[in-house]
Ligand binder design. Structure first.
Ligand code: HEM
Length: 429
């Protein structure tokens, strides 16, 4: 965002301080976007900004405006509803092959599909996963206990856990989960180590690999049903003739894609918040029953998803005094809404006992996250297990923390910690 020069001097950060800018290509902004959000909430709560690639969108930064848009059916998800007739085909290009899913649907298709997924993705199923998540967390830590007094929380703990769980839930054999992750990363553009050119070159083979693999697994499950989500979706499909193969593929893709990077970020960002706030870490150690409100506070304070998915008004719409023209892209900034001082007392404070913590980290309205309870259970178990096994830990020496250069998600590249004793001496292996 280029902010007008005349706004200089009125900046809440001091008269001569440069007005902060939204710049998704600027590592400083990515590391800590919250002061920029605060400025926007105060000065231009709904503002047209641009991604590094030039794509413009309306960024919504205040809590009440966010809620209004999340719940307003004028803001649709299916881009074809706001695309002129002649552009409809290209609006569905190849990278949208897996886009026939919930996040790009409006009622009545969305209602039907969500019911179907919820039928398969039940709270009972999530509860059934608890012992498995616990075992996996124990195993990952056991490996460390035996071999080292340090660990990269992201690659050695936060990442393997949700990937294994979502693969297990879907019924993807464990030997293939890395392959699945690589394809999803390319298609969804969430690997900051891959350049835009590399990604463009890799997309066709990722789409082909993914499609062939899924067709094969669907065939196998049709012949031999198992107790997994893919089988449950197939059964639901058979009961509902309107669900086509493309929707089925897209849904499996969405569940996998939405089900791991988000949870990895919650675990990583959450553990970092505890390290940065030793009094809160201490409180949680003394009273582990605070884990539920601690997870909610982690979700609020440093949300895994900063920008909600695309929405488009089907007519010119005024929100809080700003006119958003028909068909223009609108993104709700969850990261900012969660820090809105009109909604949360001392929003920048990390308080694991915060009351009335109605953050927007899982969205709101009809697109509210299907996997919210699974994501929370994963983080709860991961963090409690780490604290039980290693009550004391600190950042490894000389660590420079870096958040991934990603405009949508907020997650650390690495989080190296060392296990210590209560008096901060490094544990002997
Ligand atoms: C901490 C973890 C997670 C966070 C922070 C998160 C965040 C979100 C957000 C913000 C949305 C709404 C987007 C919008 O309205 O634009 C969403 C939707 C969704 N999430 Fe999650 N998610 C998490 C975990 C999961 C998991 C584990 C799964 C599944 C395995 C999942 C599946 C979905 C699905 C299917 C939707 C689309 C719902 C709809 O359109 O009706 N999420 N998630």
């Amino acid at each position: 965002m280029e902010t007008n020069n005349e706004e200089k001097g009125k900046c809440p950060f001091g008269k001569d301080v440069q007005v902060p800018k939204v710049d998704f290509t600027n590592p400083e902004f990515i590391q800590n976007p919250f002061p920029v959000y605060a400025y926007m909430r105060e000065r231009s709560p709904i503002k047209k900004v641009s991604f590094g690639n030039g794509q413009a969108f309306w960024m919504v930064t205040k809590y009440e405006d966010a809620i209004q848009i999340f719940r307003n059916p004028i803001f649709v998800k299916d881009i074809r509803k706001v695309t002129p007739q002649e552009g409809k085909e290209s609006a569905m290009n190849s990278s949208m092959l897996f886009s026939h899913h919930l996040l790009n649907m409006d009622p009545p298709e969305h209602t039907k599909m969500k019911r179907l997924i919820q039928k398969a993705f039940t709270p009972k199923l999530v509860e059934k996963m608890r012992p498995q998540i616990q075992k996996m967390a124990n195993d990952l830590i056991d490996v460390k206990v035996a071999t080292a007094n340090s660990m990269d929380i992201i690659s050695e703990y936060a990442l393997p856990l949700p990937i294994s769980i979502i693969s297990e839930l879907l019924g993807i054999p464990s030997k293939d989960k890395e392959l699945f992750r690589r394809w999803a990363n390319i298609i969804l553009n969430i690997d900051s180590n891959v350049s835009a050119e590399e990604r463009m070159a890799l997309i066709p083979s990722a789409i082909q690999g993914f499609t062939e693999y899924l067709h094969q697994i669907l065939d196998e499950r049709r012949k031999q049903p198992k107790e997994d989500l893919i089988t449950a979706l197939l059964q639901a499909q058979e009961e509902d003739e309107n669900l086509n193969e493309q929707e089925l593929l897209s849904t499996i893709f969405l569940l996998f894609a939405a089900g791991y990077e988000t949870s990895v970020n919650l675990i990583g960002n959450g553990i970092l918040l505890l390290i940065e706030n030793p009094s809160q870490l201490d409180k949680l150690r003394q009273n582990p029953t605070l884990i539920h409100s601690a997870i909610e506070e982690m979700l609020r304070k440093d949300p895994p998803v900063l920008l909600a998915s695309e929405r488009y008004p089907i007519e010119d719409t005024e929100i809080n005094g700003t006119l958003i023209p028909k068909g223009e892209l609108v993104l709700i900034c969850i990261g900012s809404a969660n820090h809105d001082e009109c909604k949360f007392m001392e929003p920048d404070k990390f308080d694991i006992e915060r009351k009335d913590n109605k953050h927007l980290s899982f969205g709101s309205g009809i697109h509210f996250c299907t996997g919210a309870s699974l994501g929370k259970v994963e983080a709860e178990i991961a963090i409690c297990t780490l604290l039980e096994r290693f009550p004391h830990f600190s950042l490894a020496e000389n660590t420079v923390l870096k958040f991934k250069m990603n405009s949508i998600m907020r997650g650390l590249e690495k989080l190296p910690i060392v296990f210590t004793t209560a008096d901060h001496s490094v544990l002997e292996v």
